[in-house]
Design a protein around this ligand. Sequence first.
Ligand SMILES: [Zn+2]
Length: 640
Amino acid sequence: MTITSPTATTVSTHMVPVSPATGRLRPLGLDEARITDGFWHRRQQANGSATLTHIEHWLEREGWLGNFDRAADSTLTADSRRGREFADSEIYKYLEALAWEIGRRVGDANLDVRFRKIVKRVASAQEHDGYLNTMFGRPDQQPRWSDLEWGHELYNLGHLFQAAVARGRTSGIDGEPLIDVARRAADLVCTVFGAEGDQRVCGHAEIETGLAELGRLLEEPKFIEQAQLFVERRGHHVLQDIEWGRSYFQDEVPIREAGALHGHAVRANYLAAGAVDVAVDARDTGLLRALSQQWKRTVERRTYVTGGQGAHHQDEAFGEDWELPPDRAYSETCAGIASIMFSWRLLLAEGGAQYGDLIERTLFNVVETSPSEDGRSFYYANTLHQRTPGAPADAETISPRAHSSLRAPWFEVSCCPPNTARTFASLAGYLATADADGVQLHQYASAEIVTTLPDGREVGFDVETAYPHHGTIRIRITRSSGAWALSLRVPAWAPSASIEVQPADGSEPIAVTAKPGTHKVDRTHQVGDVITLTLPLAAQFVRPDRRIDAVRGCVVVERGPEVFALESTDLIGTVLQESEFSDLVVDTDSAPRQQHGTVQVHLVDAYSGESAWVPLVRYHDWAERGPSRMRVWMPASTAR
Ligand SMILES: [Zn+2]
C-alpha cells in the first residue's frame, strides 16, 4: 500500500485540524467558518479568556513547564523532574490550544507573545539529534525508548506534532520555531522506528495521527509512512504483556481484525483516528471499512447515552458489549474528545449523518460537561449516577484523576483540561465541509461561513440560532453564483423536521419535511435567500436497549441533543425533599413537560406514594450549584 503523496491540490491551506489527502468531503477551516454567537460562542469566550490562563498557571505552578528550563540548562535530574511521564504533552496540548485561539482571534498579539515564549523554552530543551523529552535519557534517568509500554515518549511527541500543525495552519510554517522542533523530532522517530528500525510502538497511541498531519502539512510522505508502520505493527504482541492484558494498548489483535474498539478508551480512539488518516492517504479501502464497522458496533453497544465511552475505572477501558453501568461510568473527557476525532475523520472520508450525530451528542454531553461554566474547573471522569454528594475540591490543591463528585481545578493526571481547551478553540473547524456539490452543515451554531467550491465559485451564508435551547436554525445566503447544494444534517432524534426556503425575490416560499439524515437544498441560491431548518425540541423519554442490564427499567430524558439529569438540588422545597433519592421513580404515563424554561418530570416516591413535578438539569450543567446526588437514568413507573 503506497501513500498518496501530498500535492498542491490536496494540501490544505486552510486552518483545519485535519486535512486528509482523499475523501468525500473537504473540511472548512477557522478561516472559512467562524462561530459568532450563542451556546458555543459563550464556551469559546470562557475558554479563551479564562481556561487558557488557568492552564498556564497550573503548568507553571506544578513545575511541568520548568522541567524544560532545567533540561535546557542541564540541571534536570530524575529527582528534580516534576509531574508524571506525560506531563510534557500537557504543554504541547496547551500550545495547540493557543495556536487555534490565535487563529480564531485572527492574530492576537498578546497571545502570540505568550505562545512564542513557551515555544522558546520547549525548543531549548531539544537535544542535538532531535530527541525531546524531560523524563528519559539523562545520566540518572531511564534510557531513551526503554519503557515504550508506559513511558509515553512517542505519545508526547504526537501532541507536539499536533501543536506544530495547528501553528503551521494558523500562522504559516516559514521561520516558525515550533515547526523546526517538530520536524527534527519526527525525523528522529523515522530513523529509530523506521521499517528497518525498532519494531515496537508506543503504549499510548497518539503519534500516528500527529505524524500523519505533520506529513500532510510539510508535504513529507515519510512521516505518513511512519504513521502507517505504527498502525500496522500494533496488534502483533510487540509490547510486553501487562496486568490488564495487551488489549489495554490495542496490541492484542491487529486493528483490521478487531470487531469493536477495545481496551483503554482514549488510546483506542486515538489509534482509530490515526488509522483513518493512514487509510485515506493510502487509499486502503479495506482498513477504512474495518474502522467504520468498528465505529458502528462501538456506538451501538459500548457507548453511553451521553456519547461517553469507557466503563472501567481500573484500566480506563471499554467494557464488553452492553456493559454500561451508569454509576461506574468512567467516560473520560479525553475519550469523548478522541471519539470526536475518530468520528470527524470518518465523516470526511465517507460522509454520513450518523457521524455528525455522535459528534453533537458527545460535544454537548461529555466535552461541555467537563469544564465548569467559568472554565476554571473540570471533570476528568463523567459519571452518570452520583449516589452521595461529594466534597468541593480545594481550589489550591491538585486532585487525583478520577474524582467525579465535583469539578476540580487541576489533576495529577491533567490530560483533560488542555484537551478541552484545544477542542473548543478549534471548534469552528468541525461545523462544515464542502465538495463539488456545495456545502454541508454538520453542527448548528450561530456562524459566518464563506468558502470557495472546487470550480472556483465563492459561496457563503450566515447562521443565526439559539440552538440547542431553540430548534430554529435560520440560514441567510450571503454569497452565491449559480446552482449549488446546501446540505443540512437532520439528527436521528428529530423525526419530523421541516425546511423552508424564502427566496429573496419575494416569490413563493418552498416548504418540505425532512427525515433524519442529510437533506440537500439544491437550487440557484440568491444572496438574501433565507433557509430555515426547524428541529422539534420536545423533551422525551428514551428507553435503553434491553441488553444493557445496568439500566433496565429506567428512562432518560432528552431534549434535542441534550441529555437531562435528576439532581437532588432540585428536590429542595418540594414534598420529596426528605425522600430517599433511590426511592424516586418517574411517572412515565405523564410525558415530560416544559414550564418556566425548565424540563420537568412527574416524580413519585415509591415508598410513601407522594409525588411532585420536579425540574431536571441539563447534564452538562450538573454540580454547578454545589454537592448533590444526581442520576441520568431514572427508574420508570412502568416497565414497558
Ligand atoms: Zn483525560
